[in-house]
Design a protein around this ligand. Structure first.
Ligand code: SF4
Length: 473
């Protein structure tokens, strides 16, 4: 989509907005790389863009509402800039193509989860054709399309997401993912390791392995069926990679081999996101989660025994159809026993097309749900604060992300346990650039973050080794 003037090539600009999970964020990075390869340049400013792509998620109702709200706001921009092209891709587009076209007729291109690699071509077609929207949704990955993992335009030079698997073979009653992302497809083992090696050569020190159910990685590979544990060990031994994270494992598939690989591979961070969803066996069965609360706690306990200083986070749904006070009390019990470092809590919202949306006992008084949600929040925060307070006085290794968004005089970064730390550097703050590994002494704790003081720099980013470190003293 490159246009030429008499003396210079003016590259059209694109902006990508993401509504959803880390998988979506990473898809947006891949999409951005494809658009750059197609001769465009990125911009953050929607008003300045010639192409706007919304990459969507449909797991929560909130993501739908945000998408349609944002699309509505683009109408005026489109009227002022008739050449502007608007595309919607991702899970919501895969599921709701007709609705998008109906509710937002100013959208030019709709593409799904299986043909992200075709987005540049579809946008070109739309630019040439004008008129009605181009809608292309595939039921399975495009065999003729872009490679399974096209290169990504990474948001940070020191940390990267790496997709290891797409789709999901489970059938959780509340979840739309299997019907929009399709069955599990694992990327070849060697391809993933090569990508991580290449990232490490470019200065990346932290990778997060992404999949809907990472524990089942490799089951569908025919030649050799590597375990997720094998992948953790291989990625963790790549030279230059000092932190490996992953999301998300399904509790029913958390194997002893995975726990052992986490414990024995120094680069694998002491962090486990283990979605509970409910602490009631009755609700878990209706959710089709495949474990009981006792089984969940057993696996968590096994992980805690094997991995020193493990931080554990979770997801919990409040107000699932038919949830009684007794069911909710069971959730509170498990939350207290599990001792989470933090929890993502959600009020149930029925997603059309899921089993849960068709359950008859949908209605729970919204006031009751709000009250349960608040009681859960209090227990989660109390637990998180207590876990964080245990860290006060300790020295944590922090991967610096940059100045805090709230206070530019303070730096922020993450510990190996994934905890956000705000800390005050001595001296020249600008010398401690994102990607620096620093040691920070924790001085105080809040439920969602820690505060501390810089002790020393451990390592500067490899892409900026020669920068003098005035603040390191
Ligand atoms: S494991 Fe369950 S919640 Fe997770 S993506 Fe698969 S179906 Fe959805």
């Amino acid at each position: 989509m490159t246009s030429t003037s008499t003396s210079e090539v003016v590259k059209p600009k694109f902006a990508v907005r993401t509504f959803g999970c880390q998988m979506n964020e990473h898809d947006s990075e891949r999409l951005s790389a494809l658009l750059v390869a197609d001769g465009m340049q990125p911009t953050d400013d929607l008003a300045d863009a010639d192409v706007i792509v919304f990459n969507t998620c449909c797991i929560r109702e909130n993501a739908d509402n945000r998408l349609y709200g944002n699309l509505g706001r683009l109408k005026a921009l489109r009227a002022a800039k008739p050449h502007l092209k608007i595309a919607v891709g991702g899970c919501l587009a895969q599921k709701d193509r007709e609705r998008i076209v109906e509710r937002a007729p100013h959208v030019d291109v709709v593409f799904g989860t299986h043909n992200l690699g075709r987005a540049p071509q579809l946008l070109r077609q739309a630019a040439l054709a004008g008129g009605g929207p181009i809608v292309e949704i595939m039921d399975a990955p495009d065999p003729q399309g872009a490679p399974a993992e096209p290169p990504a335009l990474r948001q940070t030079p020191y940390a990267a997401w790496v997709t290891i698997q797409t789709g999901c073979n489970n059938s959780c009653a509340f979840c739309i993912v299997p019907s929009v992302r399709g069955p599990e497809i694992s990327r070849p083992f060697s391809e993933i390791v090569k990508e991580v090696q290449s990232l490490a050569r470019r200065g990346v020190v932290e990778v997060t392995l992404l999949g809907q159910n990472v524990n089942s990685y490799g089951r569908d590979l025919t030649k050799r069926r590597p375990l997720f544990a094998d992948l953790l060990r291989a990625v963790g031994s790549v030279e230059g990679i000092s932190r490996v994270r992953f999301t998300s494992p399904h509790p029913k598939d958390l194997r002893p081999e995975t726990i052992a690989a986490m414990a024995e591979t120094p680069a694998v961070c002491e962090q486990l996101h283990l979605p509970l969803q409910s602490g009631s066996d009755r609700v878990l069965a209706r959710m089709r989660r495949g474990y009981t609360a006792a089984r969940y706690l057993e696996r968590l306990e096994a992980a805690r025994r094997a991995i020193e200083d493990l931080s554990v986070t979770t997801d919990i749904i409040v107000g699932f159809p038919g949830e009684t006070e007794e069911d909710f009390a069971a959730t509170l019990d498990v939350v207290s026993l599990a001792g989470y470092d933090s929890a993502y809590t959600f009020v149930f919202s029925p997603r059309p097309g899921t089993r849960a949306a068709a359950m008859e006992d949908q209605f729970i008084d919204p006031e009751v749900v709000a009250d349960r949600f608040e009681r859960l929040r209090v227990v989660v925060e109390r637990c998180a604060l207590s876990r964080h307070q245990q860290r006060v006085g300790k020295v944590e290794e922090v991967l610096v992300e940059g100045p805090s968004r709230r206070d530019a005089t303070v730096l922020c970064g993450r510990t190996r346990q994934g905890k956000i730390v705000h800390f005050v550097p001595d001296g020249d703050m600008s010398a401690i650039i994102p990607g620096t590994l620093a040691l920070v002494r924790v001085t105080s704790a809040a439920p969602h973050y820690l505060r501390g003081n810089l002790e020393c720099i451990v390592e500067l980013p490899r892409y900026r080794r020669r920068i003098p470190v005035a603040a390191a003293g």
